[in-house]
Design a binder for this molecule. Sequence first.
Ligand code: FES
Ligand code: FES
Length: 164
Amino acid sequence: MSTRISFILNGSRVTVDVEPWESLLDVIRKKLGLKGTKLAFCRGACGGCGACTVIIDGRAVYSSILPAYKVDGRNVITIEGLASPEGLHPLQEAFVEAGAIQCGFCTSGMLMSAKALLDENPDPSDDEIKDALRGNLCRCTGYVKIIEAIKLASKRMRRPAGGG
Ligand code: FES
Ligand code: FES
């Protein structure tokens, strides 16, 4: 039997009927039409690749293994909520500039984990970045450029507005 849930998705309230077995990833992609969150290497079987990462109440979470009904009343951000009308998020710009994107399957999940990290810790060390990304697999980049991109974004986001 389906349940009606209501939650904040990228700043707007959405209401949707979900089945008890439906994952948040399926609801986001199939019922709400946001295709940026990916089902990738682990196929959502038990979690582990991180391509489906979204932010729920400030924490990076695998949406492929989370029953959708659990987000009732909560605040969810997907990759579609990262950019603003003014342009790309500094993390997105830095990923492009640093060459941290190749096939792109991991990228939306990486960005969401990175955003959750920088929101909580604006100036993370390399080890803290690696720790925040331990649940996100990338089969292309070797991670070095991803870490460089997060450090670049961190530096820019900490720079005072108008600062050089
Ligand atoms: S698709 Fe969700 S963790 Fe891999
Ligand atoms: S860019 Fe291809 S898996 Fe990360």
